[in-house]
Design a protein around this ligand. Sequence first.
Ligand SMILES: C[S@@+](CC[C@H](N)C(=O)[O-])C[C@H]1O[C@@H](n2cnc3c(N)ncnc32)[C@H](O)[C@@H]1O
Length: 258
Amino acid sequence: MAKWHFWGEKEFSDVYENIYIRSFAEDWFGIVAEIVKEINTQNSPNKLVLDIGCGEGHTTKQILDRVEGDYICDLLEPNQNALSSAKAFLTLENNIGECFPGSLATFKTDKKYDIVFTSHTNYYWGLNEKDYNAQLSKLPDLLNNDGKLLILTLPEDSDHYKIMLQQVYPEFNYAEYIADFYKKLGFKVEVKRLRMRMFVGDILTTNSRFDLKIFYRFIHNTDSFPNDTEAEEFLKKIKEYQKGGYIDFSDHLMVVLK
Ligand SMILES: C[S@@+](CC[C@H](N)C(=O)[O-])C[C@H]1O[C@@H](n2cnc3c(N)ncnc32)[C@H](O)[C@@H]1O
């Protein structure tokens, strides 16, 4: 399975990548704002929150910095280095509780959370549908009765999904599958369709392959650079899907209530 490349590592290319990807991910903060709105409108005055698959905590911080009122946020992350970085980085300014090393599948707790959120981690939950569904079933059990489950992931028709994820990950990884799964079990599910697009005009107009290869790493969640053949195949796909120098990176936020 592809290894997720963590933003913020100190090589030049990583710093460049961080700046590059973020500056072209238009509307990302609109997506963060929707997650924050859902957290802020949950009833509990003293919220116990869990972030599943926090990585190095960059998204976590963008969210927690905007939460109103008291909260404590626990972190779950299978990559030990990423979890340590997240803990060190977030405790400076945010209210971080327990940090659990491990995957969703191995996670055990007696706690019940007011908010459980997870951003772009579902691709890793299970390699077959049975294991994947077991993780989906587990999530509502982590909530208290008024709790909210927030899952941010890709819809089936986004270019992001079509260019990469559909080929690499099993077919049940897209947003609509998750929404249907919970609806069939009788949960209330609201799906927020959130627009985001990536500017790829620079990649299409340069003869250098540096930006293309960096973009490849980002979109494939890998820390390896593609070889020239893989890079050219990737470029072909970008050309096929782009419209006016942009590709669609829309996300769906699923708000699941018990
Ligand atoms: C694409 S990154 C997203 C990081 C962060 N949530 C964000 O949105 O910026 C996916 C994260 O999920 C974590 N992950 C991988 N397998 C997981 C699992 N089975 N359960 C929970 N998290 C997992 C990875 O280690 C990685 O940090």
